[in-house]
Structures are given as C-alpha cells and as structure tokens.
Design a protein around this ligand. Structure first.
Ligand SMILES: NC(=O)c1ccc[n+]([C@@H]2O[C@H](COP(=O)([O-])OP(=O)(O)OC[C@H]3O[C@@H](n4cnc5c(N)ncnc54)[C@H](OP(=O)(O)O)[C@@H]3O)[C@@H](O)[C@H]2O)c1
Length: 289
C-alpha cells in the first residue's frame, strides 16, 4: 500500500541513499532539510522538500503532518538526543504509524563511546514512545576509509589509531538499501537490527584488500591515540568530534567491534558488500594522486 514517508537528514550520506532507493516507487516521499538550496537536486527528482530544523521543534510540524512512516537520522553531536526527541515528538503529533531510527553499532547506556551512549538515550525514548519502531544499528562505515584515500594514493600507506583491532565494517550503501527495505515492507515493528558487513577485519586485512584493488602494496601503519588527536586538531576537527573519534579508536583497538551478524542477509535475502567489492568500486579514489 502506498505510504507517505518522511526522510530526515535528507542531504546526508545514508538518507540520500535511501531516497535514491525509493525514488520512483509507489510511495510519496518527503525530505526534511535545513537548507532548501542544498535540496535542489532532490526537488528535481520529484521529492517533496520540507524545510525544518531538528533543533527548532516549532519548525517541524508541517513536514510531519499526516506522514505514515518516519526515518529519523541525526548527525553525531552533543545535541543528538535533543534532535531525535524533537523529531519523535513531531512524528507523534503528525500521527506517524512507524518510526525507523538510525542508531549505531553498540548503542547502550554502558557503551565505551559517548556517541553510543547518546544513541542509547534516543533509542530508549523511541522504544518508550509507544509508536511502533524499528532500530538500525550499523557498524563502522567502509566509506570512513576514504579519509585514507590521499595517503594510499601518494604513499601506499593507511594511518589509523586502531591497533590490531578487528571490526565488522559495512558499506554505507547497504545501510541505505536496508533502511529503504524496512521503510517499505512489513514485519519490522519492535525489531532492532545490527548491520555489519560479511567479515570482521583488521586494518591490515583492509589495507591488503585496497591494495588488491589499486594494484599496489598498501600498508597499514598503526598510530597512537595522541597522534590521531593531534592530526584531527590540525585538520580543524572540533574537540568534541575529535574526542568522539578517539573513544571509537580506543574501543575498536580493544576489539569492541569484532563481530558480524547475519541481519542484513536474513532480512533482505542479499549478501552485504565485502571489503573487496567496496575497494573495487572506489579504487579510483584510492589511486588518484
Ligand atoms: N560513520 C560511521 O561509521 C557510523 C556508524 C554507525 C552509525 N553512524 C551514525 O550515522 C549517523 C550519521 O549519518 P550520515 O553519515 O548519513 O550523516 P551526514 O552525512 O553527516 O548527514 C547528516 C544530515 O543531518 C542533517 N542535519 C544536521 N543537523 C540538522 C538539524 N539541526 N536539523 C535537521 N537536519 C540536520 C544534515 O543536513 P545539512 O545538509 O543541512 O547539514 C544532513 O542531511 C549518526 O547518527 C552516526 O552516529 C555512523
């Protein structure tokens, strides 16, 4: 049955991928954006654009009015729980029948990273809301590896503060695909899906896969958390974000992320993309000088 689906975070990585999946479907799509100029391409594609700011709850009402299904995504930040709370309240006021939320791998009140603990607050609020919900908890995005594209291209080297930790990283295109599936099929209410790729890998194994795709030796060089913090400061990352990244580096170095699930394949019937597929698809970025 055709539904009206509201996508928040519509100009970002995951949500724009969801829109690309749902474009042309029987469903009526709304995109919530802060800046309509950034949404021109979406408008051209026939998506209804609604302007609203998740930190300004008084701007949200019209976009959420009469929607059936809501996708809630907010960027990492100290105000993420407030943003999600505002979206959830607007969803309730608008009469939403199903809310699907982008959480994160390991989200829990006792998690070692602040981002995971903030996600746990929003997850808990959604679960307690009484609105039928689905939580997606995706692992580390393969696309984060793009931050090493320049050093791979120039020196054949990847620097990360991940020691020999392994993690079940996932291609972010698969997260969008999975979310689009959950938003448009039944049977997901009350479920939490932990989304991983097909294998838990160390950075050495990831470097080898990227090397295979670009046709040269790529070496992973582990760096200390202090060095990573310094480089992020030099790159202009704010303290909150840099420390959030360090939380993850410490946790993943200690193998907190060493796991995979079969949730993606079980629900979609498709295998998630492997690191080799990711490396092949983006070999241009890792090969460009
Ligand atoms: N990176 C990872 O490895 C990883 C793994 C698991 C989970 N996650 C989770 O993934 C989420 C981020 O997803 P993403 O990469 O798709 O994010 P993203 O590309 O940074 O996109 C964020 C979106 O949120 C919008 N936004 C920001 N502030 C807003 C506000 N106040 N009101 C309305 N919209 C606002 C942005 O709009 P503008 O264009 O206006 O800025 C943008 O469309 C986070 O919750 C993160 O914890 C990440």
């Amino acid at each position: 049955m055709p539904n009206t689906i509201l996508i928040t975070g519509a100009t970002g990585n995951i949500s724009s991928g969801i829109i690309a999946q749902l474009k042309g479907s029987e469903h009526s799509l709304r995109a919530l954006v802060r800046n309509p100029e950034k949404a021109e391409e979406l408008r051209r594609q026939g998506v209804e654009i609604w302007v609203g700011d998740l930190e300004k709850p008084w701007t949200l009402g019209p976009a959420f009015e009469g929607v059936d299904t809501v996708w809630i995504l907010s960027p990492p930040g100290p105000r993420a729980p407030e943003q999600c709370s505002n979206a959830l309240w607007a969803a309730r006021q608008g009469g939403a029948k199903h809310v699907v939320r982008m959480s994160a791998f390991g989200a829990a009140h006792t998690a070692p990273t602040i981002n995971s603990r903030l996600h746990a607050l929003s997850d808990a609020e959604l679960v307690a809301s009484g609105i039928p919900f689905t939580l997606l908890k995706p692992h580390y995005f393969m696309q984060n590896l793009m931050m090493a594209a320049q050093s791979v291209a120039q020196q054949g080297t990847m620097y990360f503060a991940l020691a020999d930790g392994k993690m079940g990283l996932i291609d972010s295109r698969d997260i969008s695909y999975f979310a689009a599936h959950v938003l448009t099929t039944t049977g997901h209410e009350g479920k939490t899906y932990t989304l991983t790729g097909p294998a838990s890998l160390s950075m050495h194994q990831i470097a080898a896969a990227i090397g295979g795709a670009v046709g040269k030796t790529v070496t992973y060089v582990p760096v200390s958390i202090d060095n990573a913090l310094q480089s992020m400061a030099q790159m202009g990352l704010d303290d909150w974000m840099a420390n959030l990244m360090c939380d993850y580096f410490k946790a993943y170095s200690a193998n907190w992320g060493d796991m995979v699930t079969d949730d993606f394949q079980r629900v979609t019937g498709k295998a998630p993309r492997s690191i080799e597929q990711f490396a092949r698809d983006f070999h241009g970025a890792f090969g460009k000088q």
